[in-house]
Design a protein around this ligand. Structure first.
Ligand SMILES: O=C(O)CCC(=O)C(=O)O
Ligand SMILES: [Fe+2]
Length: 316
């Protein structure tokens, strides 16, 4: 049987993903169109519908793609502090809600985040040239989220660049991992666009080739940031070391996405998926075996009880 690295390489060829892998490795980010991943309109529609319904269920506020939230939202005390602690804009009344635990909310997200084409790219970046005596894929799901983002308030005087309301400052997603970072990605972000992405609509910003620096953004980073634009259904993949953030949304309505965030096996996840996913939920999915492996369901580590054989006194 071919080793895992060969299997991943074969998938890249089989799905015609070589140009996207090359761009990911050289540029730090690539945008894969829906024709290549085979994502259907029906799946994108279902994901959109569930996110809007969940928003209303959680907040009590109606919401639409055209208008965004259709009521005045009040945020809990300390929102700006909590938002800042995870790198989000520290505003008391943010123009974005980060909805977590998509995988548990509906099967459509389990189907979307196990897309085989995206998995081939994610596996490729995370597996790297790892020795094949470890006969399993090293990528695991870290968490699943959506940013529901609407028009932000105009900036005050003196607020420029990525300090304007509604922006997210440039950062690498693997910022919590010890340095120096090597060539393999410790995280990969796969962000599915559920609405078209443009700079005016507050799309992702990123600095091309910044993953090669293997560190944090310097003083010239903001000026080098470019928009990651594309049609609904495209998926943006980036290396955990790539500097990225987002532009403020200047137009009415919603910018909507669904994010699969993947990690290397050795990295502590943000969400404890092995505990938070109800037993067997992975079976309710187009790719049950893939999802089970991505969740780390069969993993030996971290173990919860004595794993190794224990001898007994003979003749007892
Ligand atoms: O989608 C955005 O606005 C940026 C979010 C981000 O930083 C991330 O998903 O890691
Ligand atoms: Fe990020």
């Amino acid at each position: 049987m071919a080793n895992i690295s060969d299997q991943i390489r074969d998938e890249i060829t089989q799905y015609g993903l070589e140009p996207y892998l090359l761009e990911l490795e050289s540029n730090g980010l690539t945008i894969v169109p829906p024709e290549v991943t085979g994502v259907t309109d029906a799946l994108l529609d279902r994901c959109t519908e569930v996110l809007l319904k969940e928003f209303t269920r959680m907040t009590g506020c109606p919401i639409s793609l055209e208008n965004g939230p259709e009521g005045e939202l009040e945020w809990p005390k300390g929102t700006d502090r909590i938002m800042a602690s995870v790198g989000l804009p520290p505003e008391p009344k943010p123009s974005v809600m980060l909805m977590q635990q998509l995988l548990q909310r509906d099967r459509c997200f389990r189907d979307l985040l196990t897309n085989p084409q995206v998995d081939a790219l994610v596996s490729s970046l995370i597996q790297g040239g790892f020795p094949f005596e470890f006969p399993f894929r090293m990528r695991r799901l870290d968490n699943s989220t959506s940013y529901l983002k609407w028009q932000s308030t105009p900036p005050d005087e003196g607020q420029t660049g990525f300090s304007r309301p509604g922006s997210i400052a440039l950062h690498p997603d693997q910022r919590g991992c010890p340095m120096p970072w090597g060539g393999n990605a410790l995280h990969v972000n796969a962000t599915w666009m559920l609405t078209p992405y443009s700079k005016e609509d507050g799309c992702l910003a990123y600095v091309p080739r910044s993953h090669l620096a293997g560190g944090y953004p310097g003083p010239d980073a903001d000026a080098r940031a470019v928009p990651a634009e594309g049609p609904r259904g495209a998926v943006i993949l980036w290396h955990g070391a790539t500097w990225h953030g987002s532009f403020p949304k200047r137009t009415p309505g919603l910018r909507l996405n669904a994010i699969g965030f993947y990690r290397h096996f050795s990295i502590t996840p943000q969400e404890n998926l092995q505990m938070t996913i109800p037993d067997g939920l992975w079976e309710d999915c187009a790719e049950p075996a893939r999802l089970r492996e991505m969740l780390g369901v069969g993993d030996g580590f971290p173990y919860r009880e004595q794993l190794m054989p224990d001898p007994r006194l003979g003749g007892a």
